[in-house]
Design a protein around this ligand. Structure first.
Ligand code: BGC
Ligand code: NOJ
Length: 812
């Protein structure tokens, strides 16, 4: 069953039934100021950091779900309704929600009145616009009452949800003209406030939640709306809100627009006050002035469209499969940008208070984003590297507001450092900007300990070399990418976090996934050394990589697939000898991508084993058989019920590793089968089962051993977005930036006749046409660059600012 449809021309997903199986959300904002908005108007807004600078309140895990947001109530005689259906939930005559590129539009109608709401955040602006257009489509005069509503968060979202003994006494607001200002804690240590404005005069307002709603009512039945008149309350403590009341009279056919703005202001210490206890409103007024007419709003909205035209214009394909085109051209790239902005902080599954920016996560997010705004990618790489230590280890996460590493989610995850080599080399290949390697980047955010960025990569590489275990394989530390495989944790206490507990200090557990990862990024490191003339370092590093390859062949091969690890006791994990968890996806992916034992047939054999044991109707599960009981020596992985999350779930982040490994042995049909099994646009028809948005990837789909295989969770913020984009564009479609040019090496289903890609690269436009007359999966036979035949499949860096035409023929 479907709940809407794609509108590719507008780059929108159009939801036509508000009762989606889960709230289907979108993100507004691109730089500093962000909102989450669901298909019924739920969600919240924050400045930079969803934990420390939250403007509006949101209650996670609420009943009913997704209650609270930026709401409008329209009272038309005795009928009250909302353009986005919620919160009032009056059955509408029509409903539509269009989630587009950083904007959302609602259109609802009831009893001859149509209301449209456009929500977006203008570029470079610290405020959200909500343009509300109300039209009388009936033949009678309509006298309507419009109420707006937002609920303020007292800035620190965690404290706001827990510290009621204090917070119920601190709330403060001011109201002037049609603007409601939220100034809690402004008089002491905060130099910022928020406001909610509308560009028309108002007939009243409310700022005290209980007065507006009534203590025993929900958002669906506010007292004030039922009474049809505001109480003009000024909040003192308790829960400050902002609601405007506007009387709207419309003749038949008449339409009126109102521009609401939810804004954020920072003032300097000496300019906080207009007069005693009255905040300085000048900056807010300037912001309001900027967008106080529909014309000004239209210009800003158009700028946003042009911005996205530009970003999405850098990679654009035309194939014979519209589901593929809409993923690659629109939604997957869009999700990569959102993931880059949010890391794992704020979604409808991440509460915005738990996780900041992850070291490994942020590095991986970059590979789906670097082509869009390389300058921001560069800045991000430096931010991440600044939280590293001299020995290559690093904090597992940092907070976006301070950019400082913290140990809340532990440290000592031994895969972490290697991802820095991935992000850096992908950045340089995309841009050619080797100067990043010379930039002085601090260790542990201490500028007196800054070293050239290259030294950070070297530290990353040698962190593995210096931390090998009994089989000369990498020590796993607290965990590797699979942070639920906690081999040194041994936790019996339910109050301990698996992420920070390590009860065995002498842990010698080793990871085959890190081994494969090290070979892949070790080779990248060597290649980079050669590019910049560090030849003896390249030779030295090559020895370490060779040793690792040998160690994997000797101690990491189980006969039909790669082992996953050696546990604390030196026992095999992910072996046919094990009763459960005989085979894992990660080591097949990474040792396959590393091509370890490819000549001996290891890679092909292990991928056949993946197909046989891990592949199922909805994707590739993480491990099989899933664990049915708690293994204290394995940790969190075995806490999940079979088929969910890291225990036999389809962890969509790692499926592309197998896709890429499949392309290494030329199996384009298999690679694409795996791609289309988890790409959301292919799952639209099973939305009822899939549950989450059909336009973005989720972290996990329940696996074959689950109670409900195919049901998905944790949409939006996951490394899944960038890895799938990377796999489809660079390995399956096979167009890959390299130091010397664009490498073309597709690995596609053999029945494809070809495809086209427009690729903006190093300032030039490459119009690439791939032809597949012999129905092969892989193999470049002929290449023409601007009509001239060449003998390399690396198309060189071509003249900037002009169009180039590349024709490629695949064949045997
Ligand atoms: C989840 C992981 C996540 C980790 C860190 C675990 O409970 O299963 O997917 O990475 O927490 O927050
Ligand atoms: C989600 C985390 O954000 C990521 O860092 C981790 O690698 C995966 N879960 C797998 O456990």
């Amino acid at each position: 069953m479907k709940y809407g449809h794609f509108d590719d021309a507008k780059r929108e997903y159009v939801i036509t039934n508000p009762k989606t199986p889960y709230p289907w959300i979108n993100y507004l904002g691109n730089e500093d100021f962000f909102s989450l908005t669901s298909n019924t108007g739920g969600g919240y807004t924050f400045y930079k950091d969803a934990k420390f600078r939250r403007l509006t309140r949101y209650r996670y895990n609420n009943v009913p779900t997704d209650d609270g947001g930026k709401y409008f109530y329209i009272k038309d005689e005795d009928t009250v309704w909302s353009p986005g259906w919620k919160p009032v939930k009056t059955e509408l005559d029509s409903y539509e929600c269009r989630h587009g590129m950083s904007y959302t539009k609602f259109k609802g109608s009831k009893n001859g009145v149509q209301a449209k709401v456009l929500q977006f955040i203008p570029l470079g602006f610290w405020g959200e616009i909500q343009k509300v257009s109300i039209k009388n489509t009936s033949s009678k005069i309509k006298k309507l009452k419009l109420f707006s509503f937002v609920e303020w968060c007292l800035w620190n979202a965690e404290d706001d949800m827990t510290n009621f003994q204090r917070n119920f006494s601190t709330g403060e607001v001011e109201v002037e003209d049609s603007v409601i200002y939220h100034k809690t804690e402004f008089k002491e240590r905060r130099n910022h406030y928020a406001f909610f404005a509308v560009n028309s005069s108002i007939n009243g307002f409310d700022t005290d939640r209980e007065s507006f709603l009534g203590l025993y009512n929900g958002f669906d039945t506010p007292d004030v709306v039922a009474d049809g008149k505001p109480k003009n309350t000024i909040a003192h403590g308790w829960s400050p809100v902002a609601s405007h009341y506007i009387e709207v009279e419309l003749h038949p056919g008449q339409e009126k627009d109102y521009i609401f703005m939810l804004g954020y202001v920072e003032v300097d210490e000496n300019n906080k006050w207009e007069s005693k206890s009255i905040i300085n409103k000048k900056p807010a007024k300037e912001m309001i002035e900027k967008f106080n007419t529909v014309e000004k709003v239209a210009i800003a909205f158009n700028e946003l469209r042009v911005y996205w035209d530009h970003l999405l214009g850098k990679i654009n394909i035309t194939s014979s499969d519209e589901k593929l085109d809409r993923m690659v051209n629109i939604w997957n790239q869009y999700q990569c940008m959102v993931t880059f902005n949010m890391s794992r902080s704020a979604s409808f599954f991440e509460s915005g208070i738990g996780r900041g920016m992850g070291f490994r996560d942020s590095n991986q997010d970059l590979i789906g984003f670097v082509h869009q705004i390389p300058e921001r990618a560069r800045e991000r790489i430096v931010d991440i590297a600044s939280t590293q230590f001299e020995d290559g280890s690093c904090y597992h996460q940092y907070q976006p507001l301070t950019k400082k590493g913290n140990a809340i989610l532990g440290g000592n995850f031994n895969d972490d450092p290697l991802w820095l080599i991935l992000s850096t080399t992908e950045y340089i290949k995309e841009t050619g900007d080797f100067s990043l390697l010379d930039e002085l980047v601090p260790f542990d955010n201490d500028t007196s300990r800054a070293k050239p960025h290259f030294d950070h990569l070297k530290a990353s590489f040698y962190h593995v070399v210096n931390n090998l275990g009994p089989h000369q394989l990498p020590l796993i530390g607290r965990a590797d990418w699979n942070d639920c495989l906690n081999l040194n944790c041994f936790s019996k206490d339910p109050n301990e976090s698996f992420q920070t507990t390590g009860n065995k200090k002498d842990g010698q557990a080793e990871s085959l996934m890190i081994a494969g990862l090290f070979v892949v990024y070790g080779k990248e490191y060597i290649d980079l050394c050669k590019q910049i003339g560090k030849n003896s370092e390249a030779v030295e590093a090559q020895n370490h990589v060779n040793n690792m390859i040998e160690a994997v062949k000797k101690f990491g091969w189980d006969g039909d697939w790669f082992l996953r690890a050696y546990d604390y006791f030196g026992k095999k994990v992910g072996s046919n000898e094990n009763e459960e968890g005989k085979i894992f996806i990660e080591s097949q992916g990474w040792c396959g991508m590393a091509e370890i034992g490819i000549e001996e047939g290891f890679v092909e054999k292990s991928l056949n084993a993946v197909d046989k044991h891990l592949n199922c109707d909805y994707g590739i599960v993480l491990n099989s058989p899933a664990f049915s009981k708690y293994y204290i020596e394995y940790g969190e992985i075995s806490t999940y019920p079979a088929g969910y999350k890291e225990n036999g779930g389809i962890f969509c982040h790692n499926n592309p590793w197998i896709m890429i490994a499949e392309t290494k042995i030329g199996r384009g049909d298999k690679a694409f089968e795996y791609y289309s099994k988890i790409a959301p646009s292919y799952l639209e028809d099973i939305s009822e089962l899939h549950k989450v948005e059909p336009y973005v990837y989720c972290q996990m789909i329940a696996g074959k051993e689950a109670f409900k295989p195919g049901e998905a969770k944790n949409s939006w913020l996951s490394g899944t977005a960038s890895w799938n984009f990377y796999a489809i564009t660079q390995y399956i479609l096979g167009i890959k930036p390299s130091y010397k040019g664009l490498e073309i090496n597709p690995c596609i289903p053999s029945n494809w006749k070809g495809f086209k890609m427009v690729r903006k690269f190093r300032g030039a436009t490459y119009n690439i046409e791939i032809l597949n007359p012999e129905n092969v999966s892989k193999g470049v036979k002929n290449v023409w660059v601007n009509g001239l035949k060449t003998n390399s499949n690396i198309v060189p860096i071509l003249e900037k600012n002009i169009e180039h035409f590349i024709k490629v023929e695949l064949g045997k």
